[in-house]
Design a protein around this ligand. Structure first.
Ligand code: FRU
Length: 440
């Protein structure tokens, strides 16, 4: 069993001073402005590939499956002063009406829209925010961990099933949402402590070393807004003169972790954050692991605008590496930056998800478009899948090495589904079989 009495790793200001936008080895290649759109009636952003608890990306009966945060495009509702479709306003509004939908494909890239996972009214809050779909067994049972947002922010899960045929994939179940936990105010900041708190994006996994079920998630370090201190531990070994940190006490991002206290993942205990970014960055979103070469690679996405005063870095994916689940972690590439947007296209992609095969999926946010008339829109809104890229993980370092097709998320393993029996599955036996499946 892992030692759960641990100190959080501090991502220091000195570490973050090493972040360099446009380093060619950690910069995502330019996304062309003539990108294809998955579905011009929909916006999609955070993409959640179907996986097992060890992180393997799986297909079922030869069908790859992804879940996406999704909103209908609303040209009727969002108009500019000339009465034309204001796609930017529509895109910026999407978070408030996010719904989780699913897509399937035979080749891991020609995605067919499957529809909503939960029917309207099933999820208890107004927003269905990001999480992780877990294939539990070879009967197609799924635990979808996700975030119920507004009111509040509650990490939740809903169980359902994928049903396949030669024609496609459909969903069954996904009717009863179970609330798991919210921020506690002791380790993780609550809404009462900060109305801008972040608490979301669960990603469960089985630790390959101790076989226990855990999840990581996005949080902020507990405490009332403005009361955090930036001491020598948060500063790190900064150069002479780096003393003025401005309002950096308002940036308090952290990667949280919880351990399951039962075998089915219904009951959880919050642990201290694995990595804190007090005085560095306010958002460490969608954390997730890749286990490779005996190392724990912990990835998280972050933004340029959420960096603290005196620091900067691109929108993209950042990483921390350790030989132990609970750390201490080292920022990858010394700084933490793994794959950022180039300064010429700072918003081209976001919400990167690193898969165990080194492929990184993300969505297109906006890409600049040169226009002769300065009054024309100078960028193209995406709301669709970005080109997948491949990175190599080499010890504590990473290198971007290849660009692949838009939205290319190939399965690493196919699971042939067995006929589901009429008996209600015994949760413990489901969990037992996953553990056996993963660990032989
Ligand atoms: C990342 C993110 C997630 C959140 C979702 C909301 O793009 O901010 O942290 O769950 O988008 O739309």
């Amino acid at each position: 069993m892992t030692n759960l009495n641990f100190q959080s790793t501090i991502w220091t200001r000195a570490d973050a001073l090493k972040v360099h936008t446009d380093d060619p080895t950690t910069t995502q290649p330019l996304v062309p402005a003539n990108f294809p759109v998955l579905d011009d009636r929909l916006f999609i952003w955070d993409t959640m590939p179907l996986r097992t608890l060890d992180g393997t990306i799986v297909s079922v009966d030869g069908w790859s499956v992804i879940f996406t945060l999704t909103a209908e495009r609303s040209p009727e509702k969002f108009k500019d002063a000339n009465g034309d479709y204001d796609i930017t306003a529509d895109w910026n509004d999407r978070h408030g009406r996010a719904r989780i939908c699913f897509w399937y494909s035979r080749d891991g890239k020609s995605w067919i829209f499957g529809g909503r996972v939960m029917k309207e009214g099933v999820s208890p809050t107004s927003r269905e925010w990001a999480g992780t779909p877990i294939l539990l067994n070879d009967q197609g049972d799924i635990d979808l961990y996700y975030t119920c947002v507004t009111p509040g922010a509650t990490i939740s899960k809903v169980r359902g099933r994928l049903v396949t045929s030669d024609e496609g994939v459909s969903v069954a179940g996904f009717t009863t949402v179970k609330s798991l936990f919210s921020a506690d105010g002791t380790y993780y900041q609550t809404e009462e402590q900060n109305t801008y708190w972040n608490f979301r994006d669960p990603c469960p996994f089985i630790d390959p070393n101790d076989g226990q079920l855990y999840m990581v998630f996005e949080g902020n370090v507990a405490g009332d807004r403005g009361t955090h201190t930036i001491g020598s531990a948060q500063m790190g070994d900064v150069p002479p003169g780096h003393t003025d940190v401005g309002g950096a006490r308002y940036q308090t991002g952290c990667i949280g972790i919880a351990v399951a206290t039962d075998s089915s993942g219904e009951s959880w205990e919050l642990l201290p954050p694995l990595v804190t970014a007090v005085g560095v960055n306010d958002q460490t979103e969608r954390p997730h692991y890749v286990f490779k070469d005996g190392k724990y690679y912990l990835f998280t996405i972050s933004h340029k605008y959420t960096y603290a005063d005196g620091l900067t870095g691109p929108d993209g994916v950042y990483g921390f590496v350790s030989e132990n689940l609970t750390g201490p972690y080292r920022p990858m590439n010394s700084s933490g930056l793994v794959l950022g947007n180039p300064s010429s296209q700072p918003f081209q992609t976001y919400s990167h998800y690193v898969m165990p095969n080194g492929l990184v999926t993300s969505f297109i946010d906006s890409v600049p478009v040169p226009t002769p008339n300065p009054k024309d829109l100078q960028y193209r809104i995406g709301g669709t899948e970005a080109p997948t890229v491949r990175i190599e993980l080499v010890g504590d370092r990473s290198f971007v090495v290849e660009t692949l097709d838009f939205g290319y998320i190939p399965a690493m393993r196919d699971v042939q589904l067995k006929e589901k029996s009429n008996l209600i599955s015994d949760i413990d036996s489901i969990f037992g079989s996953i553990v056996k499946g993963i660990f032989g």
